[in-house]
Design a protein around this ligand. Structure first.
Ligand SMILES: *[C@@H]1O[C@H](CO)[C@@H](O)[C@H](O)[C@H]1NC(C)=O
Ligand SMILES: *[C@@H]1O[C@H](CO)[C@@H](O)[C@H](O)[C@H]1NC(C)=O
Ligand SMILES: *[C@@H]1O[C@H](CO)[C@@H](O)[C@H](O)[C@H]1NC(C)=O
Ligand SMILES: *[C@@H]1O[C@H](CO)[C@@H](O)[C@H](O)[C@H]1NC(C)=O
Length: 737
């Protein structure tokens, strides 16, 4: 029955069914044919599912189409163009040979045996200071020296770089960036730039420096206004109480998509179960599984019998999103939006594939930006979309430099922010003022897409740990000035009585693996200052998994001292799971129901497609594409607090309705913190949560023992990296293999 209905509908082309609460009934079945509308034409269009489509992507800057070679599975450029490397300026002359030999001496002591931890920390810092000496004399020599250090001390294995010392540290990748980091950081005396780098290193040589913020700093930061004025609190509480009694039956529908990771170089039939060799990325013409075949293969000449798991046309667990799945996901998003579409959409970043750093280039990033904004616009129509930059959306990836970098090096990423400013405004997503902010603030902007709501979008590379520029002047928690911009916008919103959503890519909390201590701590102070009366919610992506974390009240510059009692919670961050299946995940997107005045979330629904069904689509030559289903609704799944209530552990300021969160109350921070309390007395809730964390993937783990459960509750209560680091680090992902 189900089958024949599907076939009948699929034969009629793309189709929409009424979204249903029953979790196993399809809400959308994609067409087998790639949706070409929205593109000017195709470089290649498959007849069936034999190979990926390749749309022609027209640049917004008037320079014509991106060439097919940028994103063609049969040609992968070995290195970015050499003119994309940015070195620091040469400053001194001196004896290079001597400095280099000193660096290797220190290396032998550092990576050899027989030194205790504090000695290693000192050695690591003096290595940085010698490297700096070298860079000041001859910046362009650094990539070669870094490669040679990498090979001599076997850092590739130690740091997980496989055989890619040259690829990763060389001229076309992080080499020139490392030279800038060395030239512009301070590694003298007791400066903490070096200490932070040596703490960040995969072998942790130093402790993290203390990044708590002083009273003076905070007084100055908030211009003396450390707490929300009483009239602001009073008027928010009045508005809130009215809204919660009224319970709008006119809720807005807001789509949230994250981590799209288009892989235009995805080759159908290539190795989907790959190991790190010539490339980090599976489903590429040069992806290899050495267990299946370890012999020599000329580049790109791999034969079907050498393949362990051929890449499916629709996607694969270890791979990024091919065009086929991107098209189908967009159609599903559109269909779930229905006739009238969404009221608003959020995109929390990461457009470009998880490619090797040496396969990135500016063109590759801009191609991905343009292509995805084209297809989003086509499928969202007039829905206002609020985009955000992810750490994969620059080249070299993960990086963004502050304007204050000396020697005119502060504009080395303007090619990117200038392009997206034009792109986003051209699509009608942001207005002219916001576009100017995007140019000025590294992609960050503040905009009011609806009356009473301000969305502030950040470039979270400025707190991302893998953005090496953040280690320069790292005692300053806001080198870029972006958090200053955020704070000023929040003051303006407070003054205007607006509600604020902060959107960004890299989360500040959870296990603490992703954000720098200084900026995430300052962000925590800002959230505490402006929530709940002005900040309604925070939205992130980045981990690819379905998570959340909360912020508790803290105004002393040291969030590890915050009381993590539900009565002190002020804000929550939604961490939305990904469209990419990388790794071991189902593709998914989310739809919130939002009050039109308080802009608080009342519920959300998660929709997904089952990767495990993709083989059937191909092997049995089905007449349709992937099927989307409803995974869960947040209120229905997590809204019962009966167990914590009977155990006397329920302390949220909300009167339950027979154990359930009442209909009139939003899923605000109190809900999410109370949910953690509930999980601690009712482990089955956390078990369910952990299955949904990998979007129902058959490859996902479940958190079913006490160590894992405790760690997860700890992540959920952590809003900064210092808080997250105090949790057991082993259980942060339910899907990474
Ligand atoms: C670091 O601080 C110095 C001294 O205050 C300043 O000149 C330089 O511009 C700063 N570097 C960055 C990247 O902000
Ligand atoms: C959440 O909503 C409830 C119900 O109105 C309210 O009592 C509580 O203070 C809110 N919590 C936060 C953190 O805003
Ligand atoms: C997700 O959560 C819902 C509601 O708690 C639960 O019924 C469902 O089993 C979970 N999904 C998966 C795939 O486990
Ligand atoms: C606990 O659960 C995690 C997550 O599924 C699993 O990886 C780990 O091996 C389990 N530990 C024990 C001791 O069973």
């Amino acid at each position: 029955m189900k089958f024949s209905v599907l076939v009948a509908l699929a034969a009629a082309g793309a189709m929409a069914a009424t979204p249903s609460r029953r979790d196993d009934s399809p809400v959308y079945t994609a067409s087998k044919t790639f949706p070409t509308q929205g593109f000017d034409g195709m470089y290649y269009m498959p007849e069936g599912t034999e190979q990926q489509p390749r749309p022609k992507i027209n640049r917004v800057d008037g320079q014509g189409y991106f060439p097919d070679s940028i994103a063609n599975p049969y040609y992968i450029p070995p290195r970015p163009p050499s003119n994309e490397a940015v070195y620091p300026r040469k400053k001194e002359s001196g004896d290079k040979e001597n400095v280099i030999s000193n660096i290797f001496d220190i290396g032998h002591q550092l990576f050899g045996n027989g030194n205790d931890n504090s000695a290693k920390c000192k050695l690591c810092r003096s290595a940085l200071s010698s490297l700096k000496e070298l860079v000041l004399i001859d910046p362009e020599l650094l990539p070669e020296v870094a490669e040679s250090i990498c090979k001599t001390f076997n850092l590739a294995t130690l740091f997980g770089l496989a055989n890619q010392c040259e690829g990763v540290l060389g001229k076309g990748a992080y080499g020139p960036i490392a030279a800038q980091l060395l030239a512009y950081g301070d590694y003298s005396g007791d400066s903490t730039d070096g200490q932070a780098i040596c703490a960040m290193s995969p072998v942790q040589f130093c402790d993290w420096p203390d990044r708590t913020l002083s009273d003076d700093f905070l007084d100055n930061w908030f211009g003396g206004s450390r707490h929300a004025p009483q009239h602001v609190v009073d008027s928010w509480e009045k508005k809130r109480d009215q809204a919660h009694q009224r319970k709008s039956d006119n809720l807005l529908r807001v789509a949230h998509v994250s981590d799209l990771h288009i892989d235009p170089r995805y080759l159908v039939g290539s190795e989907a179960n790959c190991q790190y060799g010539d490339t980090i990325e599976c489903c590429r013409m040069n992806s290899r599984n050495y267990g299946k075949y370890a012999g020599y293969v000329p580049w790109g000449q791999i034969q079907p019998w050498m393949i362990d798991e051929p890449a499916n046309y629709w996607g694969a667990y270890k791979c990024d999103t091919p065009w086929s799945l991107m098209g189908a996901s967009m159609e599903a998003l559109k269909s779930v939006g229905g006739e009238s579409g969404y009221d608003l959409a959020l995109f929390t970043g990461d457009i470009t594939a998880h490619d090797d750093i040496f396969h990135y280039s500016r063109e590759f990033v801009l191609y991905s930006q343009q292509a995805i904004m084209d297809i989003l616009k086509e499928h969202l129509g007039d829905t206002p979309l609020m985009p955000t930059l992810g750490n994969h959306d620059s080249s070299p990836l993960n990086l963004w430099a502050p304007h204050s970098l000396p020697d005119g090096r502060g504009n080395q990423f303007s090619w990117d922010s200038d392009y997206v400013a034009k792109l986003w405004s051209n699509k009608g997503f942001i207005d002219g003022d916001a576009a100017n902010q995007v140019r000025r603030h590294y992609g960050a902007y503040s905009m009011s897409p609806r009356n009473g709501l301000r969305v502030i979008s950040l470039n979270t590379d400025f707190w991302y740990k893998f953005n090496f520029f953040n280690f320069i002047n790292s005692t300053n928690p806001d080198v870029s000035g972006m958090l200053r911009f955020l704070t000023d916008e929040l003051f303006a919103a407070e003054e205007a009585g607006e509600r604020v959503w902060i959107i960004g890519h890299v989360l500040t909390g959870w296990d603490g693996a992703d954000s720098m201590d200084g900026p995430s701590n300052l962000f925590y102070q800002i959230v505490s200052r402006f929530a709940p009366q002005t900040i309604a919610h925070v939205f992130f992506g980045h981990t690819h998994e379905d998570q959340f974390h909360v912020y508790y009240y803290n105004d002393n510059g040291n969030p590890t001292t915050a009381s993590q009692d539900t009565r002190n919670v002020v804000a929550n961050a939604f961490v939305a799971p990904s469209v990419t299946t990388y790794t071991n995940l189902n593709p998914t997107f989310r739809v919130y129901q939002v009050d039109p005045e308080t802009y608080e979330v009342y519920d959300f629904d998660q929709y997904y497609s089952e990767v495990d069904e993709f083989d059937d689509l191909i092997n049995n030559n089905r007449n349709h594409g992937p099927v989307w289903r409803h995974l869960y609704s947040a209120r229905e799944s997590y809204g019962n607090f009966g167990k914590s209530q009977s155990a006397g552990k329920y302390v949220a300021p909300v009167q339950l309705d027979q154990g359930w969160w009442p209909d009139g109350a939003p899923l605000n921070a109190s809900f999410w913190s109370a949910l953690i309390d509930e999980m601690s007395v009712n482990p089955s809730v956390l078990d369910k949560f952990s299955k949904n964390q990998s979007s129902g993937s058959k490859k996902g783990n479940t958190c079913e023992n006490d160590t894992c459960r405790k760690a997860n509750e700890c992540y959920m209560r952590s809003g900064t990296s210092t808080q997250g680091r105090r949790c057991n680090q082993d259980y942060a992902s339910m899907a990474r293999g």
